[in-house]
Write a protein that binds this ligand. Structure first.
Ligand code: NAD
Length: 268
C-alpha cells in the first residue's frame, strides 16, 4: 500500500516541528508539504532539518506553493483555521486534523460548515491520557453530586496565546455533561474581588502561565471532609503529535464528512 501523504501547517511552530518528527517516526505516513504563513523566515528551509530529524527534501513553503496531500494537519492559529480548511477542500484532501485552540464562535461555525465537505478530527487535546481524563471526569461528575465543588486548574508555558486552554474547556464540558448541566450557565473563569460565597453547581476554571510548562490540568472535586483530584501532566508535545498521527491514519481509512473527536478515533 502506498504511504498516506500529509501536509503539516505551521511547520516551523512548536507543534509543527513535533508533527513533522512524529510523521517520520510513523510507518505508512509521509510528509509531502510543510506550510508556513507568508513571510515566515523558515520558508525555503528543509522541514525535516527544522524538526531535528534530518533532511526530508520537503522545503517549508507558503500555502499556494504546497502540493496536495491526503490529510492536512493544522496546529497553527485560530484566525487561520477557516482559510486553511477552505484550502484543504480546494486541494481535494481526504481529511483534516485540527488541533488549533482558541477559535471564536464565528471561526467554530466556519469549521462546522467545512465539515459538511471534509471529515475533520477536531480535538482540544490529542493525547491518549487527556482523552481518558475527559472520560474519567465525566464519570466522576456524574457520581459526585453538586456538594462536590468542581474547580479546574491548568498551567501552560508563557508563550501560550489563548486562555483558558482548550483542554481545560474540554474538561469543563465533560464535567458539565456528567452533571447534565449547561456549561454556559455554570462556568466561572477565575475570581477577583468580593465575589461572595461559592454557589453549588458552579464549575470554575483557572489559567496559570509561566516558564516552559507543556500542559498541566487538574480537576478538583471538593466537598466537606474530602477532595478528589484527577490530574494529567504532559511532559512533551510528542504525546499530542503522536495522537494527531493516529487521527490522520484513522481519517485515511475513509470517513464521511463530519466532525469527529479523539474519543471517536480512540474508540473510547
Ligand atoms: P506556535 O506559535 O509555536 O506555532 C504556530 C505556527 O503556525 C507558527 O509557526 C505560525 O507562523 C504558524 N501559522 C500561523 N498561521 C498560519 C497559516 N495560516 N498557515 C500556516 N502556518 C501558520 O504555536 P504552538 O505552540 O505550536 O501551538 C499551535 C496551536 O496548537 C495553538 O492553538 C495551541 O493551543 C494548539 N495546541 C493544540 C494541542 C492539541 O493537542 N490539540 C496541543 C498543543 C498545542
Amino acid at each position: 500500500m502506498s504511504d498516506i501523504t500529509l501536509t503539516i501547517l505551521g511547520a516551523a511552530g512548536r507543534m509543527g516541528r513535533m508533527l513533522v518528527a512524529a510523521a517520520t517516526r510513523t510507518p505508512g505516513l509521509r510528509v509531502v508539504a510543510a506550510v508556513e504563513q507568508n513571510g515566515n523566515p523558515e520558508i525555503g528551509n528543509d522541514a525535516g532539518l527544522l524538526a531535528g530529524v534530518g533532511a526530508l527534501g520537503v522545503p517549508v513553503t507558503d500555502a499556494a506553493s504546497a502540493p496536495p496531500a491526503d490529510i492536512v494537519v493544522d496546529f497553527t492559529f485560530h484566525t487561520a483555521a477557516p482559510g486553511n480548511l477552505a484550502n484543504a477542500i480546494a486541494k481535494g484532501a481526504k481529511g483534516y486534523v485540527l488541533g488549533t485552540t482558541g477559535l471564536s464562535p464565528e471561526e467554530r461555525a466556519a469549521v462546522e460548515s467545512a465539515a459538511t465537505k471534509i471529515p475533520v478530527v477536531w480535538a482540544p487535546n490529542f493525547s491518549l491520557g487527556v482523552n481518558l481524563l475527559f472520560d474519567l471526569v465525566q464519570r466522576a461528575a456524574a457520581i459526585l453530586d453538586s456538594s462536590y465543588d468542581i474547580e479546574i486548574v491548568e498551567m501552560h508555558h508563557k508563550h501560550k496565546k489563548d486562555a483558558p486552554s482548550g483542554t481545560a474547556l474540554g474538561l469543563a464540558e465533560a464535567a458539565a455533561k456528567g452533571r447534565a448541566a449547561n456549561l454556559a450557565d455554570t462556568a466561572v473563569y477565575g475570581r477577583h474581588g468580593i465575589v461572595g460565597e461559592r454557589p453549588a453547581g458552579q464549575i470554575a476554571i483557572h489559567a496559570l502561565r509561566g516558564g516552559d510548562v507543556v500542559g498541566d490540568h487538574t480537576v478538583i472535586f471538593a466537598a466537606d471532609g474530602e477532595r478528589v483530584e484527577l490530574a494529567h501532566k504532559a511532559s512533551s508535545r510528542s504525546s499530542f503529535a503522536n495522537g494527531a498521527m493516529t487521527a490522520a491514519k484513522w481519517l485515511a481509512e475513509g470517513r464521511a464528512p463530519a466532525i469527529y473527536s479523539m474519543r471517536d478515533v480512540l474508540g473510547l
